[in-house]
Design a protein around this ligand. Structure first.
Ligand code: ZN
Ligand code: ZN
Length: 148
């Protein structure tokens, strides 16, 4: 049930960053390149560790994660442990298309659920964010390993 990843070349990633109005810098492209290979959302610490060989310090990395999130290329979610995790948006230009996540209540592992369909009906009384599809779906339970 893994999502089929669109793997973009460096040139395509640079163009993607520029299309948002941001300058396409080395750190930004490195972050996108790393995240497009990830199958689960990654925390700042995990990305920092992965990009350390590239000489990216944590503060620069954090600023770039926030910049990329602000322009809508990344999504940032808190899965209940107060740690922000980042991942590429499924479709950088359609914020309604973000997939749900599963968090194990025992080990805390976070999984992307790209093919899961969750119907959220939104009558007039529900908050505008729901009617406009600006929300995240997070499902919790026991992962296969912890349930075994
Ligand atoms: Zn678990
Ligand atoms: Zn995800």
């Amino acid at each position: 049930m893994k999502k089929e990843r669109i793997v973009r070349s460096i040139a395509e990633l640079r163009a993607l960053v520029r299309s948002t109005g941001l300058r396409s810098t080395g750190p930004r492209v490195a972050v996108l390149q790393r995240l497009q290979q990830a199958i689960t959302p990654m925390s700042h610490a995990e990305i920092a560790e992965a990009l350390e060989p590239a000489g990216l310090d944590r503060a620069t990395l954090y600023r770039n994660l926030i910049d990329l999130t602000d322009v809508g290329l990344l999504s940032r979610t808190d899965h209940g442990d107060h740690v922000w995790r980042f991942e590429l948006r499924d479709n950088a230009h359609d914020q309604a298309e973000q997939h749900p996540h599963f968090t194990c209540i025992d080990c805390g592992e976070v999984e992307c659920l790209p093919d899961t369909s969750i119907e959220v009906s939104a009558p007039d009384r529900t908050p505008r964010a729901i009617r406009n599809h600006h929300f995240e779906v997070q499902i919790t339970g026991l992962c296969d390993r912890c349930a075994a």
